[in-house]
Write a protein that binds this ligand. Sequence first.
Ligand code: MN
Ligand code: MN
Length: 297
Amino acid sequence: MILENYMLAGKIASAVRENARKKNHIGRTLFEICESIENEITLLGGRPAFPVNVSLNEIAAHYTAEPQDRIQVKDGDVLKIDLGVHIDGYIADTAVTVSYNSKYDQLVNVTELTLYEAIKIAKVNTKSNEIGKTIENTIIHNGLKPIQNLSGHSLEQYTVHAGKSIPNIKTLGSSFSLVNNQAYAIEPFVTTRDGLGIVYEGKIKNIFSLISRKPTKDKDLDNFITYLWDQYKTLPFAMRWLVKAYDESILHDMIGYLIKKKNIRSYPILVEGNNKIVSQAEHTFFIMNDSSYIITK
Ligand code: MN
Ligand code: MN
């Protein structure tokens, strides 16, 4: 049952990712891209596991369109599209980078190659630091640089980042082995040689998730928490998704307050330390009976 859910989520996620890869996004707004991808997920029978991330150029991750986002993809941009599909909370997490600047085609190709090399060795009992070593070596051999503070991760039902991190670099010290009945995502992030290879948090925060349902003594806020729990459980959500049910200025106030009260957390955008271009590729796999199923293949 769990494997079936993962396989279906993965099938939908790959179909949507491949359509996004083929499409010419130049001139489209980030809003249009996010909404059309999320609609496609729903039409195919899945639910978005998190707001589609559409991170441009030096933004590595965690940008999703605002409710009236007018930012357009331009010729010369490098766009990372990271999407998640869930079936009953079982998540397929996958990403693709599209380059509209031939200067960065090699960056994108090396990122795909790196993911392929890492997935190839990801089996039951593989050590996480072996995967990190393979990722870093492949990137360095091609004259590029890994982002060292972004990583792959384990996934659980209704939890995208479930505690175990799969590094994108060689690490010393603690390591874990991949186990049966567990889903993992591998996601190398690569920048150019003159990049810092580290991302920092930017000011923009447009992705959130519920971290506690503790009551607030305010009926409206408690109802809002119940609404978020019913809709998304512990999965991330965007302001864009809530403006259909709530007034935008009220939403800003409620979310701001609930962040202070630690009922909600936010995910700031992550930006390359030297503002260099970043590329990403990602697959999710599930290990069962000593076999590894790449669900987003
Ligand atoms: Mn992802
Ligand atoms: Mn991921």
